[in-house]
Ligand binder design. Structure first.
Ligand SMILES: [Mn+2]
Length: 421
């Protein structure tokens, strides 16, 4: 019987993006999250007395800003060394040999696989063979698996690979390969990295993405961690273990029947509490979406800034654990509501006109062009995984729609009334 931990995509010192409604102290906590998650990984390895650790690429987020990133990683590896735990790792697209310009000598327990060709390391006492190849450059486009050797007979064979497989939404197709390529080699367990969403792709043989150890923004919502694998003869048991220290969550709040701020806030509180229930104790970074048809729509758009901060306020209020609000989105509408025409009065016809404008394909195209230009500009400054791959016309239609709704509400409200007084 032996046990190992499979993790990937640590992205050490990755900047955590997108939190809007927090002060500096919180930003520091969040910035340190990938380091704390790595510490949690080391603690887990030691507590579970694993025989070894495999890391399937992207230990680092990119070139180190300074040497402290490398020093921190080495300190963690030294703790594992002291506990007698070896580490097998490959480099991925984010920490490919050509990407990192600063280097530090690794502790003796860390074995990095070559980027020139696949290598096999045999752990003789356990009858385990680990096969792997690092990325030499960021965009590896060839199928690396084709160079991997056949399984070592009589051993438990682990394939370490950083890959997008045959394609995964939102991820660059690095080192593409087919599941049949993996099956063909007769390994027991493919320890994959690159896709940040945890996924057990296959169980015969095991093909596993553990996900990243710490979500870095709202598109990496939910629990993040690693996989603890116990091998007992032919029995292989997998357990997902959380390592994250802050967790991203999307909270959708149905505004149905809300007419005033007094109606909206309890709904926010209960939606946040419900979404947080499966995640007790851990600090949360939430995006709160106000959705659904509501007669309060006019009110909502009268003072978006105040409403937004009231929503943040209500979210903080709803939980005993720390909760930070990433963003408040308002996607509710009144067009589908059952509000009486009198509620909107003469401006109903204005709303109709604006609705037509929102559907105007010429305007959408113009906005699309503008947004695409910004998008190209941003792409140059962002890591590819953090950038949306494309911006589509439906997105711009929503943007126009939202802007017009806000305008309508301001026109209808005229600043005369706010809230329910
Ligand atoms: Mn990654």
């Amino acid at each position: 019987m032996f046990r190992f931990i499979h993790c990937a995509d640590i992205h050490l010192d990755s900047p955590m993006r997108g939190l809007r409604f927090v002060d500096d102290g919180v930003i520091d906590i969040v910035r340190g999250a990938t380091r704390r998650a790595l510490e949690n990984l080391v603690t887990l390895c030691i507590q579970e007395k694993v025989d070894f650790l495999v890391i399937a690429g992207d230990v680092f987020d990119g070139d180190w800003e300074d040497y402290t990133t490398g020093l921190f990683f080495n300190r963690c590896m030294q703790h594992l060394d002291a506990a007698g735990i070896p580490v097998y790792l490959i480099r991925g697209n984010h920490d490919a040999a050509s990407v990192l310009t600063r280097h530090l000598t690794l502790p003796g327990n860390v074995r990095v696989f070559s980027e020139l060709h696949p290598e096999t390391v045999r752990i003789e006492g356990l009858q385990v063979a680990v096969h792997g190849q690092s990325f030499a450059v960021r965009d590896v486009t060839e199928n690396l698996v084709l160079g991997y050797p056949q399984a070592v007979p009589g051993y438990f064979n682990i394939g370490l690979l950083h890959t997008g497989l045959a394609g995964r939404e939102g991820h660059a197709r690095y080192a593409p390969c087919q599941l049949d390529d993996l099956r063909a080699l007769g390994y027991n367990y493919w320890a994959l990295g690159h896709i940040h969403q945890p996924e057990i792709v296959l169980s015969e043989p095991w093909v596993v993405y553990p996900g990243n150890v710490q979500g870095r923004h709202i598109r990496e919502a939910g629990e993040r961690g690693c996989v603890l694998v116990t091998v007992d003869g032919s029995d292989v048991n997998l357990e997902q273990k959380a390592l994250d220290v802050v967790r991203w969550l999307e909270v959708s709040c149905d505004m149905k029947d809300a007419r005033t701020l007094g109606d909206v806030l309890p709904k926010v509180k209960s939606a946040v509490a419900q979404a947080a229930a499966p995640h007790p104790g851990i600090p949360l970074c939430v995006r709160i979406g106000l959705e659904g048809a509501t007669p309060a729509h006019q009110f909502v758009y009268q003072d978006v800034e105040q409403l937004t901060h009231e929503v943040v306020n209500a979210a903080q209020w709803a939980l005993s654990q720390p909760v930070y609000v990433e963003r408040v989105t308002v996607a509710s509408n009144h067009h589908a509501s059952e509000a009486s025409p009198a509620e909107f009065g003469p401006s109903d016809s204005l709303a109709g006109v604006l609705q037509e404008v929102a559907e105007d394909s010429g305007l959408q195209a113009a906005l699309q062009e503008q947004v695409s230009a910004w998008h190209r500009l941003l792409l140059g400054r962002m890591q590819e995984q953090d950038a949306p791959s494309a911006i589509d016309v439906t997105g711009t239609r929503e943007l126009i729609g939202q802007a017009l709704l806000e305008l309508t509400a301001k026109l209808q409200g005229g600043g005369a009334t706010r809230g329910d007084s």
